[in-house]
Write a protein that binds this ligand. Sequence first.
Ligand code: CA2
Length: 152
Amino acid sequence: MLDLTDRPISILVLHGPNLNLLGQREPGIYGSLTLAEIDRSLEQEGEKLQAKISHLQSNYEGALVDAIHQAVGKHQGILINAGAYTHTSVALRDAIAGVNLPTVEVHLSNIYQREEFRHHSYIAPVAIGQISGFGAQSYLLGLQALVHYIRK
Ligand code: CA2
């Protein structure tokens, strides 16, 4: 018999612009793991949480908007590091608000300890929560929080 914890959950992980450069430059700010390594660790964490992970990185705002729209009916939640679009994109915010899927915003760095322009997030008001400053661990913490939120 199925109980709530047995429900199959599928999570869409979105990485925004320049995150494909991870592990190659700026390890002091963003850590030394590559994006592929972060995705692999999310898949492993997903296995523990019984959640399937699909991931996409794009440097194009419209591609991220399209992926959010296409998540409806396919995924139960979104984990997003929108990169610099966090601080600029009304389009991403409107897409997240429009699909009404629980979304967790994550950042590798602590955006509030950095330049003033990084302190504002267009995503935060439409996300169920935000995790910022724990390096690659931010993604894992975000995934745990999202899956627990969906199952509750
Ligand atoms: O801390 C984060 O995760 C950020 O979302 C990363 C974005 C930045 O614009 C946000 O303010 C905070 C930048 C991602 C760029 O990643 C790079 C990785 C290696 C080398 C250069 C950029």
